[in-house]
Design a protein around this ligand. Structure first.
Ligand code: ATP
Ligand code: MG
Length: 511
């Protein structure tokens, strides 16, 4: 399928999302669509899939004008997509969600056996371990993303658009997805791929279109002919500058949070570590290794079966998330920011100020909009939140800008310990550095940070020490020398040693 995007424009109140965008996607190619948060990528994908109607310009499919009044029309025309935000029905099964657009019917009734069998086939392409009969609301963020991908694949479309499909899945699953995409490419399908991860774009895609502020900064250039730095300067409008994180020092002696022999209802066994005041303690591990679950246990969202948690030397018990923040001053930036972190119908100002509400209210007896603004404005500026004003509803921001609000809110909070889960997934290259610097800045003020990240360069840039987790247990601890090669080798060494030990145990029990 050949897709021609011809002078497409789309505005929202106060925002020109697309200001006349033109490029072509050819059959048998994987076409990357890149650009900073708010550049217009998702808006363009929603126009091609009939979710939005363009204000001007035309969409041509194989040379013929396409006028989609709804997503149904686009599906009927052979177009399928994985959108950036999840569109699954939480109480339906995995299988029903995957097959929802074409449930097999027999004698007037849905043939569920057949539906699950077909769903299985598409799910197996990415992750055979997900049960098609499981309820979607029980899945992890990564598993939901895989279900979305399987659903898009099940339509066997001529044009497949993927909006940040790899944002929360493991590298292993991403490689499985890329193998499927390469096969579809060889069958002549057209694929549009949105990602902020430059390395995967360079490895996977044939051409790249870059959007900057709703305009085309590079149109369908051959990736092979474009250097990394040229793609980046097309995105940010100037040469890339690698910003250094400013110097940090902290008193190595003073423990902020101590965990001893912790076992939880989520499956942790005998977890012990110390987070010192002003330290950034990295927690590395594969997706599914129990890192997010450890964070949940530390904010009172799991039962503690054994061991203890000490804060500034004294044992504490944490009743729930609000107890963690209010009484113990422990905060958590969830990886599932859209569902857990934000009130989408409220303005940016109120979302950022929500965690400082007790502080403002107790000091002044009332909370005024002016005070919220005063707290929110500098963070919105530092994180470069793209919006017509701080009064904009968070739900109307681009995906990456919503994440920035969720991070800003916790950076504004008065906490002593902040657990940060995957801070820069879906964040553009420029803002990523700003977030790293802000994390460093709060530690200079004495906040202790536990950093969960699957992004190895990020971990090695930021962490003072790195803990390695596997199967809900800590399997290694390393002082970070901040040199990429030796550090990544040592970290992966812990993970592989664990994997090999696990495999030989299995072999022993089979033999
Ligand atoms: N429904 C909406 N109402 C108002 N403004 C919107 C709406 N949807 C998008 N926008 C605005 O349009 C612009 C482009 O947003 P879009 O979601 O297309 O960006 P994006 O390139 O996908 O960014 P990201 O990398 O953060 O996902 C942004 O300024 C955004 O705030
Ligand atoms: Mg987007």
């Amino acid at each position: 399928m050949r897709v021609t995007i011809d002078s497409i424009g789309k505005s929202f109140p106060g925002v020109v999302a697309l200001g006349g965008v033109s490029f072509e996607v050819h059959p048998g190619e994987i076409h990357a669509l890149m650009g900073e948060n708010g550049a217009g990528k998702s808006t363009l994908i929603k126009i091609v899939t009939g979710v939005y109607r363009p204000d001007r310009g035309r969409l041509l499919i194989d040379g013929a004008a396409a006028n989609f009044a709804s997503p149904r029309d686009a599906i009927a025309a052979g177009i399928s997509a994985v959108h950036q935000e999840r569109n699954l029905i939480p109480r339906f099964s995995v299988g029903e969600n995957i097959m929802i657009e074409n449930l097999p019917i027999r004698r007037g009734l849905v043939d569920y056996g057949e539906a699950h069998a077909q769903a299985r086939r598409f799910l197996d392409m990415i992750d055979p371990s997900i049960d098609t009969r499981a309820e979607v609301r029980r899945l992890s963020v990564a598993q939901m993303q895989i279900v979305e991908i399987a659903k898009a694949l099940s339509l066997e479309a001529g044009l497949l658009l993927l909006d940040e499909p790899t944002a929360s899945i493991t590298d292993h699953e991403a490689q499985a997805l890329f193998a499927v995409l390469r096969r579809l490419r060889s069958e002549g399908k057209a694929i549009v791929f949105v990602s902020h991860k430059l390395e995967e774009v360079i490895a996977l895609c044939d051409r790249v279109t870059v959007l900057r502020d709703g305009k085309v900064a590079a149109a369908g250039e051959l990736i092979a002919a474009m250097s990394r730095s040229r793609i980046v300067s097309a995105m940010i409008g100037r040469e890339e500058r690698v910003a250094e994180i400013g110097p940090r020092t902290f008193a190595r002696g003073t423990p902020a949070l101590e965990v001893r022999g912790l076992a939880t209802s989520l499956g942790h066994k005998d977890v012990s570590f110390t987070l010192r005041q002003g330290e950034i303690l990295g927690l590395y591990g594969l997706v599914g290794s129990g890192r997010t679950e450890l964070a949940r246990a530390l904010i009172g969202d799991a039962r503690i079966l054994a061991g203890e948690i000490r804060l500034k030397g004294a044992p504490i018990s944490i009743a729930d998330v609000s107890d963690a923040v209010r009484r113990h001053r422990i905060g958590y930036i969830s990886e599932d920011r859209k569902n857990e972190g934000l009130i989408l119908a409220h303005p940016i100002r109120a979302n950022i100020a929500i965690t400082i509400w007790p502080r403002l209210a107790s000091r002044l007896g009332l909370l005024t909009r002016r005070l919220e603004e005063r707290a929110a404005t500098p963070l919105a500026r530092k994180l470069d939140i793209r919006t017509p004003s701080l009064e904009q509803q968070v739900g109307k921001l681009s995906g990456g800008n919503q994440q920035k609000v969720s991070i800003a809110k916790w950076l504004a909070a008065s906490v002593d310990v902040l657990i940060i889960d995957e801070p820069t997934v879906g964040i553009d290259i420029r803002t990523k550095t700003a977030i790293h610097e802000l994390i460093a800045e709060i530690t200079r003020a004495g906040v202790s940070v536990m950093l969960i990240s699957s992004d190895m360069p990020e971990m090695i840039t930021l962490a003072d020490r790195i803990l390695v987790m596997r199967d809900f247990a800590l399997v290694g601890e390393i002082e970070n020398e901040r040199r990429y090669e030796p550090m990544s080798r040592r970290i992966m060494g812990f993970i592989h040693a664990g994997l090999e030990a696990g495999e030989s145990q299995q072999e022993a029990s089979h033999g």
